[in-house]
Design a protein around this ligand. Structure first.
Ligand SMILES: Nc1ncnc2c1ncn2[C@@H]1O[C@H](COP(=O)(O)OP(=O)(O)OP(=O)(O)O)[C@@H](O)[C@H]1O
Length: 246
């Protein structure tokens, strides 16, 4: 079932066309990652999907009644402001404590309810943002570079958590990331954007596409090789992005 359908989308800011003729769909339950260089229109695409930016041409169709959960890139909270995780989670919606606890558990941080937001590590903070996005049981989660500021193991663990969320809730995930190798192993489909869709497909197909290589090269510190390493061994018990990144 198609949740999000983007057809022939162009986005302009004044005279500047930043996206042209973009077609893309997100199906129920799939993890789709958008990669692309700085300024390639990734955030503009997400903003068009949530209705924050109006298309100049084309359209975005959402499944009727679609519930979207949004995890921002980062959120600044004044460190002198005393606010607990519980209070933060309930700021915008009057949700029950039980629902908060369930969402925190799904986000992989079950014990943080009473902690102060200012005392959380970067990884814990992002998981609380993830939990907040999960509270209303969305059909699709949108993440805009949600691991900025985390180190590589921290990012890998976060994306592993995203896969867990999908497994547990069945929600689809559309995310933007710069960490190509880590994200690739956690994605069903990758869309490579550079003002238009350069190429898309399974991670392996995109990683070897000439358009992708032209943008990112093949020498990304061997990072892609990590994903595309030859499978001469059994991965039956090794399905996490963390392990794939090892
Ligand atoms: N509100 C705006 N007004 C004018 N220009 C904008 C606006 N938002 C973005 N742009 C421009 O549109 C282009 C695409 O920006 P966008 O943020 O979508 O790219 P991005 O791929 O998400 O970039 P990054 O990886 O750096 O976050 C950039 O050239 C940017 O300067």
């Amino acid at each position: 079932m198609t949740l999000i359908s983007v057809e022939n989308l162009s986005v302009r800011y004044g005279a500047n066309t930043v996206l042209r003729h973009v077609d893309m769909v997100v199906e129920a339950g799939e993890i789709v990652t958008i990669v692309g260089p700085n300024g390639s229109g990734k955030t503009s695409l997400l903003r068009a999907i949530i209705g924050a930016t109006k298309p100049a041409v084309g359209q975005v169709s959402l499944k009727p009644g679609l519930k979207i959960g949004y995890v921002p890139q980062k959120l600044h909270i004044d460190p002198t402001l005393p606010i607990s995780v519980e209070r933060f989670m309930r700021l915008t919606d009057r949700v029950s404590k039980v629902k908060c606890e369930k969402a925190l558990e799904t986000a992989g941080v079950p014990d943080l309810l009473k902690r102060q937001m200012s005392q959380l590590s970067g990884g814990q903070f992002q998981r609380v943002l993830l939990a907040r996005a999960l509270i209303n049981q969305p059909d699709v989660l949108l993440l805009d570079e949600a691991t900025q500021g985390l180190d590589q193991p921290g990012s890998a663990a976060f994306y592993h958590q995203i896969e867990e969320v999908r497994r547990e809730t069945g929600c689809a995930i559309l995310m933007i990331s710069h960490e190509l190798h880590v994200v690739m192993s956690a994605s069903d489909r990758v869309v490579c954007l550079n003002g238009h869709v350069c190429c898309e497909g399974s991670p392996a197909v995109v990683a070897s596409a000439p358009e992708y290589r032209a943008l990112f090269g093949t020498g990304t510190g061997g990072a892609l090789a990590l994903y595309r390493h030859d499978h001469d061994h059994d991965h039956d018990h090794c399905e996490t992005s963390q392990e794939a990144a090892e």
